[in-house]
Ligand binder design. Structure first.
Ligand SMILES: Cc1cc2nc3c(=O)[nH]c(=O)nc-3n(C[C@H](O)[C@H](O)[C@H](O)COP(=O)(O)OP(=O)(O)OC[C@H]3O[C@@H](n4cnc5c(N)ncnc54)[C@H](O)[C@@H]3O)c2cc1C
Length: 449
């Protein structure tokens, strides 16, 4: 074997890092990589998840772009695995495939009322404010008081975007429809609810501290949540992140509040019980007060409270989606695998099929973690040379012909450069770094020019 023809499905960070690591890996064969994504633009959740007011993180795109620009990877955007290209096609044209399809859906929260009008998944809202082409352009921002359920970074992103004054988002890449939607929002109070205590949160100090710097937004925390138990006190001493988080809370507790036009409340020890409605619409959020159980968890106290809200956002995690012909773990929303080698239903290795990133290990962790993920997967791919597929049509032109014969309007790297330049020009004309193009057909038209 002198050449590995590799397909990677998913051009998010996991897929791009996998390509980069393979190209740099010590090996005895040449490599030719085709990277497919269902979206016309690459970068996955870095483009469509990371908040627009986090330009430093969005900047990771520059590093990912360098990998794509290295000249050794072909990019096929606007190609959906499962419809435009299938597992049989991949077996016909490649020696192996790596699935790096991430997660884009909200995990479920099964409490009564969660399906009422005005109750939303955070992932859908994130997709909207980040200009994802496959979600409606309008978002109903008509609530004055909002509940956000969850205590991770996504919950804080959602709460921040809801509470932030829209003029403070103008310098970012948010699309015009998003700015207009936020501008019309009558919101005054955003309440974030976490089931556990302030020292059991999943968010990071940087994301938390940022909330306290929002213009004309008061941070409201409640003294009753800060009567730390021994486990929390020990955690502050042993965990640097929690030490900083505790400091941030202490500063906020000492702050004067009352002058800002908007408030962001953090409620701890609040277990979601029900979303209450009237006339089919959200009218309140009901929770049970919890307390520490002495073993790092919480137990219900039997005390129930209600906060009047007109919208609820559940930010309780993302969830991966199944892929045609590929095993799927329904409980965890991942592809079953051993260190990236995909496992068939009988737990045997599935030759030629690999996974990396969020679809491999679940939707937790930062962009950087997808790099170590990819290293592990690539190590096995290289070592498994003897069990790769033997494709009938490995020729690089054959897959292009296939997509063309199916009428797939795929975009390529040149096309991405065109779209990228176009978005930058749109931004430059308005003194901003970029303004995203949202409609899929427009993205494709500009890319294919
Ligand atoms: C709201 C939010 C904010 C975040 N903020 C940060 C942050 O500030 N800092 C940080 O380090 N991390 C952040 N993360 C985490 C980071 O985004 C993830 O760690 C990372 O994106 C996971 O990479 P991935 O490549 O596995 O998945 P993804 O980024 O989801 O990429 C998967 C790609 O696969 C494609 N795909 C899916 N299905 C198909 C299919 N059938 N056919 C073809 N293509 C397909 C998708 O279109 C997508 O481009 C955030 C995550 C979220 C959800």
């Amino acid at each position: 074997m002198s050449k590995l023809r590799l397909a990677i499905v998913g051009a998010g960070p996991a897929g791009i890092y996998a390509a980069d690591i393979l190209l740099k890996h010590e090996r005895s064969f040449d490599v030719s990589i085709d990277l497919f994504d269902r979206l016309p633009a690459p970068y996955g959740l870095v483009r469509y998840g990371v908040a627009p007011d986090h330009p430093r993180i969005k900047g990771i795109i520059n590093a990912l772009r360098e990998v794509l620009d290295s000249g050794d990877i072909r990019v096929f955007g606007n190609v959906n695995y499962g419809t435009d290209i299938t597992l049989d096609d991949l077996k016909r044209h490649y020696n192996a495939v790596i699935f790096a399809t991430g997660a884009i859906k909200d995990a479920d929260l099964t409490i009564p009322g969660i399906d009422l009008d005005g109750s939303y998944g955070a992932a859908d809202f994130v997709s909207w404010y980040d200009g994802h082409p496959d979600v409606p352009r309008e978002w109903p921002l008509d609530a004055q008081s909002v509940a956000v359920i969850g205590n991770g970074n996504v919950a804080l992103d959602v709460a921040r975007i809801l509470a932030k004054h829209p003029q403070d988002l103008v310098p970012t890449e948010i699309p015009d429809n998003v700015h207009a939607g936020l501008e019309a929002s009558p919101v005054t109070d955003v309440h974030v609810f976490g089931r556990r205590g302030p020292m059991q949160v999943k968010f990071t100090p940087l994301e938390l501290r940022e909330l306290g710097e929002l213009n004309d937004v008061d941070m409201i925390v409640y003294d009753e949540d800060f009567d730390y138990d021994d486990a929390s006190k020990a955690a502050i001493q042993s965990n640097k992140q929690l030490f900083v988080i505790d400091k941030v809370f202490s500063q906020w507790r000492a702050r004067e509040t009352g002058s800002a036009s908007r408030r962001l409340h953090l409620h701890f020890y609040a277990k979601p019980v029900e979303v209450l409605g009237s006339d089919g619409r959200v009218s309140a959020f009901r929770y049970e007060r919890t307390r520490p159980d002495g073993a790092g968890g919480v137990v219900g106290t039997g005390e129930f409270r209600e906060v009047p809200v007109q919208a609820v956002y559940r930010a309780v995690g993302y969830f991966g989606s199944p892929l045609d012909g590929i095993p799927y773990d329904e409980r965890h929303g991942v592809i079953p695998n051993h260190e990236g080698q995909v496992l068939a239903d009988d737990n045997a290795l599935m030759p030629g099929v690999y996974a990396t990133g969020w679809i491999k290990r679940g939707p937790v962790g930062l962009i950087g973690h997808t790099k170590s993920d990819a290293m592990e997967t690539i190590k096995h791919l290289v070592k498994d040379q003897g069990s790769w597929w033997q494709p009938a049509e490995p020729d690089e032109q054959a897959v292009l012909d296939l997509l063309q014969s199916r009428g797939v309007l795929f975009t390529d790297l040149e096309g991405w450069h065109r779209l990228d330049a176009h978005e930058r020009e749109l931004g430059e004309a308005r003194g901003r770094e970029r303004i995203k193009v949202v409609p899929r057909d427009e993205m494709v038209r500009i890319s294919r020019d």
